[in-house]
Design a protein around this ligand. Structure first.
Ligand code: HBI
Ligand code: FE
Length: 297
């Protein structure tokens, strides 16, 4: 299948009636269907994060938010954003219904397409929702796709995902941990101190504060094998944040073929999310206050 042009395959029943869903799960962004409340939820979430993130999020993220004009009022049109994004790094946003099967998701990234859920959370879900919505995907993930190095990393990640999918579930788990501790919950060291680049953090008011200010979590220097071999929780703030020195470091670290690494990790037992190892470069050894007592995922 030519993965550059998603093919219509069927009409799927959704709460908006039958909609054409492409082979890669892509739908049209139903921009004219958004309600006033939907636009207001976007504006509320945007305003809250825009006030909170200067001095917390990295410069590259904040610059991307401005360049896209995500705060111009109401939910942005993907077609407008794709004008800017396509020229900058050749990436394209595609609207999807929600989480996609891993191999479909990886195929999008490998072809510089970022899947963005078209729907936005309800006003009573401002602070937590079970799966990624429009605000998480668009505000959280998309601004950094304007950064050429990060854009290359995301495509390399997608290619790695296609390979890992072919190798098997353990390889996929290792790779998913890499995504979790960088793209979703990563921190970056800067001359002004630690800053946020992870989408799961910048799209969350509570975690944008907690990840830098709380004494509870560990903050440890990024290592590819270290991260691939560390479990994580999906139901709480992170117990450990990994810190890169630059996006170049992240891209370089993930250049080599992971196959031998997957093989050696298969023998190793994974570290718990809160563990600190002797060889770790420790920015902060967490107090663990407030950590749930039960073992992590
Ligand atoms: N699908 N739409 C969508 N968005 C994601 O972020 C996503 C996904 N499917 C799989 C997935 N993420 C995770 O497995 C990543 O860790 C790879
Ligand atoms: Fe995400």
């Amino acid at each position: 299948m030519d993965t550059n042009t998603p093919r219509k395959i069927e009409h799927q029943q959704t709460d908006r009636g039958y909609v054409p869903v492409y082979a890669t799960g892509v739908v049209e962004q139903p921009w004219s269907d958004y309600s006033r409340t939907d636009h207001e939820v976007w504006d509320t979430l945007y305003k809250r994060q825009r006030e909170l993130l200067p001095g917390r999020a990295c410069r590259e993220f904040l610059a991307g938010v401005e360049r896209f004009g995500l705060g111009d009022g109401g939910i942005p049109k993907f077609s407008d954003l794709n004008q800017v994004l396509g020229k900058a790094t050749g990436w394209e946003l595609v609207a999807v219904e929600g989480l996609l099967p891993d191999e479909v998701f990886f195929d999008h990234l490998a072809n510089r397409r970022f899947p963005v859920s078209w729907w936005i959370r309800k006003p009573d879900q401002l602070d937590y929702l079970s799966e990624p919505d429009l605000f998480h995907d668009l505000f959280g993930h998309v601004p950094l796709l304007l950064n050429p190095i990060f854009a290359d990393y995301m495509q390399a990640y997608g290619r790695g995902g296609m390979k890992a999918f072919g190798i098997g579930p353990e390889a996929l788990m290792n790779l998913t941990r890499l995504y979790w501790y960088t793209v979703e919950f990563g921190l970056i060291n800067t001359d002004e101190g630690l800053r946020i680049y992870g989408a799961g953090i910048v799209s969350s008011k509570g975690e944008s504060i907690y990840c830098l200010d709380s004494p509870a979590p560990n903050r440890i220097g990024f290592g590819l094998e270290r991260v691939m071999n560390t479990r994580y929780r999906i139901d709480t703030y992170q117990q450990t944040y990994f810190v890169i020195d630059s996006f170049e470091q992240l891209f370089e670290a993930t250049r080599p073929d992971f196959t031998p690494l997957y093989a050696s990790l298969k023998q190793a037992s994974a570290h718990a999310a809160a563990e600190v190892l002797d060889k770790d470069r420790v920015f902060n050894r967490g107090t663990r206050e407030g950590f749930a007592s039960n073992a992590d995922a």
